[in-house]
Design a protein around this ligand. Structure first.
Ligand SMILES: [Cu+2]
Length: 690
């Protein structure tokens, strides 16, 4: 079966809600069926590491691997080239390394012996990167300052786009919703593994030297990221099919922490990734996913790293877990307990050392915490605190939730809340010590210990304030009353500047976890409660790339836009809300430079709207419209309409189907101002705000 994204969506519409024979919508499995599976009888899965290679054929950036080539159809980011103004000499101080990644279709066993059709990432067979297809996908281990290229080939039947969530990287490599990797095509994702620079200012958009740029902001160097599909309209479907994995990064400080025995060795026996995701299954073992449900996909099977309720053997030692809420729409409230169901009140705390992409200033005990879709908590669990007679222990979710609107609250006595069982091993871990001079499995990190410095932005740095209102319209989702369009830029901040972004939840009781690409947020206040307020959530005291907004809430945040020109997106991370247009584009630019989208601000594929806006109609080459007027590039060069080669060098990634030369008007009814052009709501007005 070959389907592209558009066909997939059309198929969903045609199938309506009957769908028993449709692979994407089906009857729910009989409750309690579980395909004969008894919880906590299959082992925990640790995703394999994807190894780096030292060359690619053809090498990235060469003519054989440039945009439109057979080998790498979608090319590489312009920032890859050393003469790009953003590319500083010390980006290349370590030799470049290469990964080869593929997305494929194939079965995954959530339950032992049950092959479920799924998608998966894998390291390309026959290369240094080779790993079997898995969910989560293979784990990337990056070194800050070591430049890398991920050569990614899409072997699935839908267009995909890989987003590295939490990365500070080029727009071409950011997985923007329509920076597709088409079926059987390849893109070189360039990750320079750099952070923002301390001296970044709007006055000097691209410092010429390392000295001028200043050192990296240690506070903003990443540790825990994840990669997942981000293709427009179908991200909920593709992520739910398994296109997600982890990308961990270490810098000098992180290496020091390991060498000092403060933290476990990167991805060693005591450092784990833990993706928690709910899935829904049909009776025949296939995944159930309703493309017409824009409220949020909720599953009833609890998985940890792609296995239904597994067990994990642990020594009575400290372990690091990078916990990810990989659910499309489910909020989790996590705690540790000795009972798989009832409240025994014998939990030990999580020692939080990081939130989302970044480590925090001080290791902080959390008894329990709420983690929203897309969020990461980097925690230490110290199993040595457990009494000797405790030999099984559980990670529980005690948040109750039945639909995508919002969780229904914490139910501490909820039965069957356990997602993962820990089986305690007695004695010392065998084998060689992980780190010389450190007793195997004994790490010093404790509550109150400093982990990483924090650099707070100041209100004095703010050059602009913008308000973004997230709400519901015609059963779909809008920001400032507009549906997402990749052809419209909603904010053009000044490169390297600091802005105040006020996020509002338009109400109706829906929750929206707001995620920003490129940079983290520094939350100043939530509903008027500032950072010193006792009710201010601990997870928002430092850098965060997600802020949850409950119904009617308002959060004031500071954000910077450093190093890279856009476009980037900001969106709700309830993926069905994102797919149904709760997203907007921001595009950091130099003073006086327009966004790549400005030239087509008034363009709509809809002929009637195009006529009204005075734009040409009929068969339109979208690229010619990217800049329909003269504009001065950063290089000083003046380009006019249709100057495609120059624009490509300048480098904002382009939608893949541009090169198809197919003038097929999109069926979208989205006009540039975000108004619905027809009276037909895309989905029924069911469950409007109550
Ligand atoms: Cu939302």
């Amino acid at each position: 079966m070959s389907i592209n994204r558009r066909a997939l969506l059309k198929g969903a519409l045609a199938a309506g809600v009957v769908g028993a024979t449709n692979p994407f919508i089906g009857n729910r499995r009989v409750e309690g069926g579980m395909f004969g599976y008894q919880p906590f009888t299959q082992p925990f899965f640790k995703p394999p590491v994807i190894n780096k290679g030292s060359s690619l054929d053809p090498m990235p950036g060469t003519p054989e691997a440039s945009l439109g080539s057979d080998a790498v159809y979608h090319g590489v980011a312009p920032e890859f080239y050393p003469d790009h103004p953003a590319h500083l000499p010390d980006w290349d101080s370590l030799p470049e390394k290469y990964w080869e990644l593929e997305a494929v279709e194939g079965p995954w066993q959530f339950f032992p012996g049950v092959d479920t059709p799924a998608f998966a990432y894998r390291g390309k067979p026959g290369t240094a990167s080779a790993t079997p297809p898995s969910f989560p996908g293979p784990t990337f281990l990056a070194r800050q300052g070591e430049p890398t290229v991920v050569r990614y080939t899409n072997l699935t039947s839908v267009e995909t786009s890989v987003h590295l969530h939490g990365d500070h990287g080029p727009a071409h490599s950011d997985g923007s919703p329509d920076f597709y990797v088409l079926q059987d095509k390849t893109r070189d994702y360039y990750y320079p593994n750099v952070g923002p620079r301390l001296n970044a200012t709007p006055e000097v958009p691209f410092p010429a030297t390392v000295e001028e740029a200043g050192p990296y902001e240690v506070a903003h160097l990443p540790t825990t990221m994840w990669y997942h599909d981000h293709a427009m309209d179908v991200t909920g479907f593709t992520v739910n099919r398994g296109l997600a994995g982890f990308y961990l990064s270490e810098d000098d400080l992180e290496v020091q922490h390991q060498q000092n025995g403060f933290l476990p060795k990167l991805y060693g026996d005591f450092d784990h990734v833990l993706a928690l995701k709910d899935f829904k299954f049909n009776n025949d073992g296939t995944l159930a996913y309703d493309l017409l449900d824009h409220n949020g996909h909720i599953g009833d099977v609890k998985t940890a790293n792609g296995r239904a309720q597994p067990y994990m053997e642990v020594y009575r030692r400290k372990y690091r877990f990078r916990i990810l809420n990989a659910c499309n729409a489910r909020y989790l409230h996590l705690r540790l307990n000795s009972s798989k169901g009832k409240n025994q009140k014998d939990g030990i705390p999580f020692l939080m050392i990081g939130k989302d992409t970044w480590e925090i200033p001080e290791a902080t005990d959390l008894e329990s915490f709420t983690i929203c879709p897309g969020e990461r908590f980097d925690v230490i669990i110290d199993f040595s605190q457990l009494p000797e007679d405790v030999d099984t222990y559980y990670l529980q979710n005690i948040m109750h939730q039945t639909d995508g609107r919002k969780p229904k609250g914490i139910r501490p006595k909820k039965e069957h809340a356990a997602w993962l069982q820990f089986r305690l091993l007695d004695g010392d871990p065998p084998g060689p010590q992980e780190i010389e001079g450190v007793e195997n499995g004994v790490y010093s990190v404790s509550a109150g210990d400093p982990v990483r410095e924090y650099h707070a932005y100041s209100n004095d740095e703010v050059v602009a304030t913008r308000v973004f209102d997230f709400s519901r319209k015609h059963g779909a989702w809008v920001v400032n009353d507009k549906y997402y369009s990749p052809r419209r830029t909603d904010a053009v901040p000044l490169l390297n500047s600091c802005e105040r972004w006020i996020f509002k939840n338009g109400g109706g009781g829906w929750y929206h976890p707001i995620h920003v690409h490129l940079e983290g947020l520094q939350v100043q206040s939530i509903d008027g409660k500032d950072r010193d307020h006792p009710e201010f959530p601990v997870q928002y005291r430092w850098n965060t790339d997600l802020i949850n907004l409950e119904g009617g809430e308002e959060a004031v945040c500071l954000i910077k836009f450093r190093t890279f020109k856009g476009p980037f997106v900001c969106h709700c991370h309830i993926i069905e809300h994102e797919d149904m247009r709760m997203m907007f584009t921001f595009d950091p630019r130099e003073t006086g430079e327009e966004s790549m989208n400005d030239g087509i601000r008034n363009h709509a594929w809809n002929e009637e709207a195009a006529l009204q806006s005075g734009m040409p109609t009929g068969c339109i080459d979208p690229h010619k419209l990217l800049f329909d007027h003269e504009q001065t590039l950063a290089s000083g060069e003046v380009v006019g309409p249709g100057d495609v080669p120059q624009l490509e060098e300048e480098g904002v990634g382009f939608p893949g189907d541009f090169h198809d030369n197919v003038c097929e008007p999109d069926s979208g009814d989205w006009d540039p101002e975000g108004n619905q052009l027809t009276n037909d709501s895309p989905i029924p007005e069911e469950q409007e705000d109550r």
